[in-house]
Design a protein around this ligand. Structure first.
Ligand code: 6R9
Length: 661
């Protein structure tokens, strides 16, 4: 969007209904003045602000003395230093003790009539049992456990059981291939994997256990045990000295396990994510700060009140699932919805029926789902009672104003707060977003920083703060906040190089952004080699490496092109080794399979072009910028290509992509 486009955008005031209706609770922050005052205090007096918030929202078994310590320069950020707490105690016990019969999890199964409701009392027993199973297998504080599971309540039980005994969980999205799973298991030295016989999604069975078996086959791995949940009952191969049935093990276990007191800075989990270069990074989050960020954002950004039904549609394999299905809502004692299916199964009314059936108050999904449902037609959302909703959220990629308007009008009926929430795996929780009762919104803008976040837009070359309206620079954060990642697992120097060294004194997000004349922040997408397909974060380097692993491929260049449904899509340009005799059709199929096998189905390129050569500089660097312009139909404005070693390559590639001119 250009600045002229931004000027056309209509500003939406806070919906009257949220502020005035006797049927709704008063928002926690109900005016822009209040937000501004709170934000100012949070960045100017973080010790007071977060010290109080951490005492209000979390239960500590030993109080902290020092609220915040360390700096970006030194890379030694720490929060609530001497404090001790346990995340599972905060998410389960304290609510189970007070309101054991309150529903903690509503599980909406793949088939709409399969609903399970789990109370806090039941959750406590289940978590304790699993924690005891892990202990009986020798898992101790600081050990790693991998979780490769479908969207079933036991996945949450597994996560919280790890947290209870101080084991570090590493959830791997169940769409990742065996090879990706193996890489993550090896990097994190996981001793145990939690999985299921199969998963169910959109009416289909997914062979979860088989992928785990493949990941562990023929290699020395650190994995001693695989605990298998029976989800579908389909028979699966079994390794007697390694595999254990979940139901058999928990049946033997005691129903109480005391929570391990953890230092605020003890690791809570790892979550692997893609960056511009190299292998995926195990982003490390610690206990106190992370939990506070997750809980505080549910409270303020989703304006959570007791008795709300909170529904986040993400997968638990992504950070959004961690913070907004599990840790945020459960820390506050909320009822959280766990959705096993897809937005279109058995038909495109599924989300809306879900809201109506469970009287959901906060609903959180991704722009790609909103765009897909909008395309399928309004009839799927009309006539369904969505009046329980107060806040509807979007996350994962920039939301285009058309999709925002549709979401606001058709789903929110113009009466809900729409929160476009910007954040990352590394930030732990939302860092830029409107607040429902306070912020007038502009479709496409994530608006203003959350408490404790002091964002700046830097000139990418000089690293100086840009105080210019509507000019895009790189988004950086000026001071530490509680839920930021502390490190990359076993690779702190990579953490420093990626986030803290590029612009000394700042945390670098990797996203481009601008501010408009009213101070609203507009996120412009990644400035590095990360591609965002349907909100899934992929690195060009990873896909290229999967392609060149194929025996026919000499070199590969991968770029993100524009896609009206998925935001971006993957285009791969591949050169072959000499004397390859296969047809293009055969090869493109082969190479697609190759990427699916090495990374996972969601990383498959939309188009693969077999080319004779890449546009390269004289020093041999592939100019991806040129490929990007060709794919996005901007090859008339290629800019300066005089540095290319062989400019004639460009015409050949244009013809390949767009056909003969
Ligand atoms: C939470 C999550 C992070 C990247 C991030 C940015 C993009 C996320 C966004 C958004 C524009 C939003 N992103 N939310 N861009 N507006 N509201 O998605 O984490 O998977 O680590 O991806 O996603 O590019 O840098 P993660």
């Amino acid at each position: 969007m250009t600045s002229a486009d931004i000027d056309q955008i209509v500003t939406h005031p806070v919906p009257e209904r949220l502020l005035k209706s006797p049927d709704f609770p008063t928002p926690h922050v109900d005016s822009m003045e209040k937000y501004k005052a709170m934000w100012k205090e949070s960045v100017e007096k973080p010790k007071e602000f977060f010290g109080k918030l951490a005492t209000d929202l979390l239960s500590w078994s030993k109080p902290f003395q020092t609220v915040t310590h360390g700096s970006f320069e030194k890379g030694d950020v720490a929060w609530f230093l001497e404090g001790e707490l346990n995340a599972s105690y905060n998410c389960v016990d304290r609510h189970a003790l007070k309101t054991p019969d309150k529903i903690a999890i509503i599980h909406e199964g793949d088939e709409p009539d399969k609903v399970r409701r789990i109370t806090y009392g039941e959750l406590l027993r289940d978590v304790c049992r699993m924690a005891n199973v892990l202990k009986s297998l020798g898992v101790r504080k600081g050990d790693n456990v991998a979780i490769y599971m479908p969207m079933v309540p036991e996945a949450i039980v597994g996560i919280l059981a790890c947290a209870r005994i101080g084991a570090i969980h590493s959830v791997v999205f169940a769409g990742f291939s065996a090879e990706s799973l193996r890489d993550r298991v090896m990097d994190s030295s996981a001793r145990v994997i939690l999985t299921s016989d199969e998963g169910r999604r959109g009416g289909k069975n997914i062979a979860t256990k088989r992928i785990v078996d493949d990941a562990l086959r023929d290699r020395e791995t650190p994995v001693e045990h695989v605990i298998v949940l029976r989800r579908t009952g389909t028979p699966v191969p079994w390794e007697n000295d390694r595999d254990l049935w979940w139901h058999e093990e928990v049946a033997k276990a005691r129903t109480f396990c005391s929570p391990e007191p953890m230092n605020s800075e003890d690791p809570l989990f790892l979550l692997y994510t893609s960056g511009s270069t190299g292998a995926p990074k195990g982003i490390l989050h610690t206990t106190g700060g992370y939990l506070l960020g997750a809980a505080a954002t549910v409270k303020y950004i989703f304006d959570y009140h007791e008795n709300d039904i909170f529904a986040c549609m993400a997968d638990i394999g992504w950070v959004t699932g961690h913070s907004y299905i599990v840790y945020g809502p459960l820390t506050l004692g909320a009822t959280t919805v766990l959705f096993e299916s897809t937005p279109t199964y058995p038909n495109p009314s599924r989300f809306w029926n879900l809201i109506e059936k469970h009287k959901i108050t906060q609903f959180y999904t991704a722009p790609t789902a909103i765009r897909a449902l909008r395309r399928l037609g309004d009839e799927w959302v009309e006539g369904i009672d969505l009046s329980s909703l107060r806040v509807i959220g979007s996350v994962g990629e920039p939301i285009n104003p058309e999709a925002w308007d549709w979401y606001n009008e058709k789903v929110g009926k113009g009466k809900c707060a729409v929160v476009d929430t910007y954040w990352q795996t590394e930030t732990g929780s939302i860092i830029v977003s409107p607040l429902p009762g306070a912020t007038p919104t502009k479709p496409g803008s994530a608006t203003f920083p959350f408490f404790g976040i002091d964002p700046v837009i830097l000139d990418p070359t000089t690293g100086k703060v840009m105080d210019v309206v509507d000019e895009t620079g790189v988004l950086a954060i000026r001071q530490p906040w509680p839920s930021m990642a502390r490190s990359v697992y076993n690779n702190h120097s990579r953490f420093m190089e990626t986030y803290l060294s590029p612009y000394p004194g700042y945390y670098f997000t990797g996203d481009g952004a601008s501010r408009d004349k009213d101070g609203y922040i507009w996120i412009r997408g990644r400035v590095d080699d990360v591609i965002n397909v349907s909100g899934h974060r992929l690195s060009t380097a990873e896909i290229e490496s999967a392609l060149v692993h194929h025996e026919t491929v000499a070199e590969a260049a991968v770029i993100g092109g524009f896609d009206s449904l998925t935001g971006q899509c993957i285009h791969a340009f591949v050169t072959l080794k000499p004397h390859i005799e296969a047809t293009e059709d055969f090869l493109t199929k082969e190479l697609t399979l190759q990427v699916r096998k090495i990374i996972g189905p969601f990383a498959a390129p939309k188009r693969i072009y077999i080319v004779n050569d890449h546009p390269k500089t004289r020093s041999g660097k592939i100019m991806r910028r040129v490929l990007r312009k060709i794919v996005d139909n901007e090859h008339k404005q290629l800019g300066d290509i005089s540095t290319l070693a062989d400019p004639s390559v460009v015409a050949v590639i244009i013809e390949k992509v767009h056909g003969p001119v």
